[in-house]
Design a protein around this ligand. Structure first.
Ligand code: 9D3
Length: 257
């Protein structure tokens, strides 16, 4: 992009570099890569295996099903990936045992010069690699994935969107939505576009007129109501203004009737 280099450099340690890079070529992140705002490199432990067959996994000590990623190829991969990044770039292991990855985590990562993401496969990685080479462990939610690559995509996507110049100005203002902004910490309100009627379903009348104060209140009311119904945990984290409490009461009354 310019002589100063990318704003953010990410390295992913993965056994599946090609599908990972293909998925990153789409949309907003793909454009940020083309423009040099971010770079994403990969390191495949398969190439660093100590034997001729490229063995990267082995049976678990203590028995049980599932294979474990071996220390030597994985450890060397993490170090090679880290060596391409600015000094002090954290090395992050993606696993279901990690702390939750949230919008606040994305904001923290977006402020860094670089980070390494380690995507596991099989049952997991040898714990000594984590002790020796990993700074933090992140999960993208309470469900079981087959490996860390999809989690890495989520972390990269959420983080890159926050880099200066990646989104257009209107979108970046809107982004405060999950954080500190006007309607921060609430779910989005419902959206509609033409036609006015589809399968007997009409667009809410308030959105068809030009009463912008009424539209703003309707949207805020819907956002509050949906958040209360679907994500009460988000509402509990957030103070409500007097107007917001009134709108939420109205939403609940309208629901009843
Ligand atoms: C059925 C497998 N499980 C045995 C009890 C353990 C397990 C091993 C490996 C569960 C998931 C995985 C692979 N998952 C990830 O690499 C992963 C992940 C996830 O599964 N959920 C949420 N976030 C993440 S980040 C990486």
């Amino acid at each position: 992009m310019d002589a100063a280099g990318p704003r953010l450099a990410v390295e992913v340690v993965t056994l599946f570099p090609e599908p990972l890079k293909a998925a990153l070529a789409m949309g907003v992140v793909g454009r940020a890569l083309e423009r040099g705002i971010v770079t994403v490199g990969t390191e495949d432990p398969r190439g660093l295996a100590t034997d001729l067959h490229g063995t990267v996994d082995d049976r678990s000590y203590g028995g049980g099903p599932g294979m474990v990623l071996k220390v030597e190829p994985l450890g060397r991969s993490i170090e090679r990936a880290g060596a391409r990044l600015p000094a002090g770039s954290p090395r992050i292991y993606l696993s279901a045992q990690g702390r939750p990855f949230e919008q606040a985590t994305a904001r923290r990562l977006a402020a860094l010069g670089g980070f390494v993401l380690v995507a596991g496969r099989y049952e997991g990685v040898d714990e000594r690699v984590l002790d020796e080479l990993i700074d933090e462990e992140l999960s993208v939610g309470d469900y079981v994935l087959s490996g860390g690559e999809i989690a890495a995509l989520a972390v990269i996507d959420a983080t890159v969107r926050l880099l200066p110049g990646v989104l257009g100005a209107p979108e970046s203002a809107e982004q405060e939505s999950f954080g500190a902004g006007a309607h921060g910490g609430l779910l989005d309100w419902p959206h509609y576009t033409r036609p006015e009627e589809w399968r007997g379903r009409r667009v809410p009348e308030v959105l068809m007129g030009g009463n912008h104060a009424a539209i703003r209140r309707w949207r805020l009311k819907q956002a509050l109501g949906r958040t209360a119904e679907r994500r009460p945990d988000l509402l509990a984290r957030r103070e409500l203004t007097l107007e917001e409490r009134e709108l939420l009461d109205e939403y609940r009354e309208e629901r009843q009737s």
